[in-house]
Ligand binder design. Structure first.
Ligand SMILES: [Zn+2]
Length: 327
């Protein structure tokens, strides 16, 4: 477009005025916008902050409630722990009254008692002392001096596999400790005189024989039944030469005149019925009324007169430990 000459200067003036105005408008707008944005940002920040503060307060509230609960729970726990500690100390005090208490087993007594609340303090100490709180055949000690008459052989006290007693002698076809032959012969003679014939069927057995026997039990009755009826090789009392079985060595022997006669009279000859109905928890074998063990008449009479129900108990009280002198 071509402007008329005279118009040009005016236009130029107007234009520059217009431009200045425009610049002012833009500047103002920018300023306003900036202020607005700052205001919005400030508002957002403060309100956000306030929200945050509120949230913090709420959290603090919850936290303090939670803390209170935690504190209460902790106090309860501490109280319970303190109670347990007191109870444990009281229990340990009860256990330690027995002269056969062993300090090294204190935690085990407490654990065993917790698992068997029905047992008395004395029963707990005796059982833990013969390691009944451990897995059968896994925690094993060598039987104490195997040559002596009061050695304990159990699922936790074993004999060397190749152990063979030095002084075995024949009784009929059986081998037993020579010291036990006289008393056994007398016992059988007296029972017979009472009209109760007894036929001994097994005495000393080597670990190899025991192994065959045990495997036979497993094959016939299965593992679990075998475990409570037959010892593992190296864990049988028969290997000591002090044990004798009478026939039949199974449930047919229960409730027979032979079973009753032995239960009533064996102690008079220095023998004990080793696995009774009352002591299965202690011996870990079923009732075996056909199995007697020679311990000598002093021990057998003592056990009888003092109602000591298992050889384990006798062993803990008089072999593993020695009672303090009387008076
Ligand atoms: Zn036997």
């Amino acid at each position: 477009m071509r402007l008329k000459k005279w118009l040009r200067p005016a236009l130029r003036v107007r234009t520059s005025q217009q431009q200045q105005k425009d610049r002012r408008v833009i500047l103002l707008t920018v300023l306003l916008a900036g202020t607005l944005m700052v205001a919005i940002a400030l508002f957002a920040f403060t309100s956000g902050n306030a929200g945050h503060e509120l949230a913090t307060l709420a959290t603090a509230d919850v936290a303090s409630e939670g803390e209170e609960a935690n504190t209460t729970a902790r106090a309860d726990e501490q109280g319970a722990a303190a109670n347990i500690q007191i109870a444990d100390q009281q229990a340990l005090k009860r256990y330690s009254l027995f002269y056969f208490y062993e300090d090294a087993r204190s935690t085990r007594y407490l654990d065993y008692q917790a698992a068997h609340p029905e047992l008395s303090a004395e029963q707990v100490v005796i059982r833990v002392n013969v390691d009944l709180d451990t897995v059968d055949y896994e925690v094993v000690s060598p039987a104490s001096d195997v040559s002596v008459i009061n050695t304990l052989v159990s699922k936790h006290y074993s004999l060397p596999y190749d152990y063979e007693p030095a002084d075995l002698a024949y009784y009929g076809e059986l081998l037993i400790k020579s010291e036990a032959i006289g008393p056994l012969d007398q016992l059988i003679a007296d029972a017979s005189a009472d009209g109760v014939p007894l036929s001994p069927t097994s005495g000393y057995r080597s670990a190899a024989t025991q192994e065959t026997l045990y495997n036979g039990y497993v094959a016939s009755f299965g593992y679990e039944a075998a475990e409570v009826q037959s010892a593992h090789p190296g864990f049988s009392e028969h290997q000591t030469g002090w044990a004798i079985d009478f026939s039949p060595t199974n449930y047919l022997f229960y409730d027979t005149p032979q079973a009753y006669w032995l239960a009533e009279n064996a102690y008079k000859y220095g023998f004990i019925v080793r696995y009774t109905e009352e002591n299965t928890d202690m011996t870990l074998y079923i009732h075996e009324p056909w199995h007697i063990r020679y311990v000598g008449s002093q021990v057998s009479n003592y056990m009888h007169d003092n109602n000591i129900a298992s050889f384990e108990e006798y062993w803990v009280k008089y072999v593993q430990h020695t009672p303090p002198p009387l008076g």
